[in-house]
Design a protein around this ligand. Structure first.
Ligand code: B4P
Length: 192
């Protein structure tokens, strides 16, 4: 059975952390749009220069850029047996685009997992990460702005997958291993 999953959750809920563990477990690639942007920024590529202003402010990168990048990535050979999308789709227009991309590839989504976490907890986690990694978008103002962007643009995405009966929600508060175990239990009905 191929797992084709989406991982949703506010910044700091643990998406990146859990995506890595879950992808290993399911033996599928984890595809993080945020990671792809960051590695392009670091490498000084044309894409990196294009997106840097948006990511540093916590704004969503324009759909035209993000959608093309995801379309290319999902056409790669290693995705044929499944994937875990981390951080995409992030607004309702991206959901429509993903529907089209998957239909074009003849693939069906297994469902979406939303990791939930209280704002104060995520701000605290991200400020801690800032001290270790120094990500430019991990300042308190930008973190709070990213949370607002999540509420306005990405919560409707989870509502949409909910209306399709394709959403499970998992509490992201607790030890990393505890959250991972909750996710594993929650996705069982999605991946059969
Ligand atoms: P992302 O890379 O997706 O950044 P994020 O939302 O902050 O999540 P991240 O994965 O980094 O954090 P996590 O919760 O795992 O996006 C960055 C930017 O890229 C966006 O602002 C936007 O500009 C752009 N972008 C990305 N996708 C886009 C799209 N589709 N469309 C348009 N623009 C897009 O972890 C946070 C911290 O919590 C870590 O330090 C971790 O160690 C810690 N943590 C995790 N689990 C924990 C636990 N259980 N207990 C304690 N700490 C925990």
């Amino acid at each position: 059975m191929s797992a084709r999953l989406i991982l949703l959750g506010p910044p700091g809920a643990g998406k990146g952390t859990q995506a890595e563990l879950l992808a290993q477990n399911l033996n599928v690639p984890a595809i993080s749009t945020g990671d792809i942007f960051r590695s392009n920024i670091k490498g000084g590529t044309e894409l990196g220069q294009l997106v840097q202003d948006y990511t540093s402010k916590g704004e969503l990168v324009p759909d035209s850029v993000t959608n093309d990048m995801v379309r290319d990535r999902l056409a790669a050979d290693d995705v044929a047996q499944g994937f875990l999308l981390d951080g995409y789709p992030r607004n309702v227009a991206q959901v429509a685009e993903l529907d089209t991309i998957l239909a074009d590839l003849g693939l069906e989504l297994s469902g979406a997992v939303e990791i939930t976490a209280d704002s104060d907890v995520v701000v605290e986690r991200l400020l801690k990460r800032a001290q270790i990694e120094g990500r430019v978008d991990d300042t308190e103002d930008v973190i709070r702005y990213r949370l607002d962007v999540y509420a306005a643009q990405t919560e409707p995405v989870s509502a949409l997958y909910g209306s399709r009966n394709a959403l499970v929600q998992v509490d992201g508060i607790g030890e990393v291993a505890e959250v991972a175990a909750r996710i594993e239990t929650a996705i069982a009905p999605l991946i059969g």
